[in-house]
Design a protein. Sequence first.
Length: 333
Amino acid sequence: MTMRENTRHLLLGIFVAVGAGLFILAVLTVGSRQQSFARTVRIRVLFDDAQGLQPGNNVWLSGVKIGTVKRVSLDENNRVEVLLSIGRDPFSHIYRDTRGKIGTDGFIGNRIVILYGGTKTTGRVAEMAVLTGEQTVRTEDMLATLQANNKNLLVITGELKVIAQKINTGRGTLGVLLNDERMAGQLRRTVGGLHSAAERAEELTEKLDVFAGSLNDSAGLVHRAFTDTLVFQQLQETLEGLRTASGRVAEAAADIRQGTEGLKSDRTPAGVLLHSEEVADDLRVTMEHLRTSSQKLDEDLEALQHNFLLRGFFRKREKARKDSMAKSAGRLR
């Protein structure tokens, strides 16, 4: 065998050895990922729908991969029974009330089984125990819901478009509010009135606070009226006096009312004077006679003053009157 052949055989042996090593490494790597060589424990989960779940899919617990799906089958009640292969270490974190659901690795990734929940007080789950599966929303259901929502959105958008057109053209209450300047002015005045009312309410509140403070002021009349027995007694006496005066006023009002009733009657003298036309005519005639008599009396007195027999008497009386007035004026000075 020549040197060249020996070199060729040596290279072939090295190549085979490297290839065998790479193959073994690949098998070990895949086996570690699939946990083919690790000690595992099997449990079951029941679902109403497998949703495309297949053997070999991963099992997750709190975001950590803990096993794989070994078998997907139907039981006697046509429910989907999923057999899971779980590692020994993570198996100790699964409890009897742990639940499972089918999800996806990403938005459109492979199907996975997600285990969640569970409390320590219920105890750890046993091997080949059955966990309750929860039905999750499928992508098809989500797409159907989105499609229905899109239809509803189109309807709402169309209605909003019609409403916007009405508003822009000034139709409807909202359109008038947005386009009518007079309405805008009225709204501004209304808001101004509300603002003024709020300010007045604030002032009233401040006055009420001051009044409430005066109630607590020991020197104030209100506080003394509630706490000082002497002031309270005086207030009672004042109220009693007011009550008595009110009674007297009521009696006087009753008397006045009774007198008024007498004036309304034509049987009393005052009533006859107010209501009888004949008496009124007689009074007019009497007054006319008195006026005439008074005029005649004045004329007679004037005639007597010019009579020569009585002229001296009237002159003496006029002189005495003037002397009396002069004396009075002197005393005033």
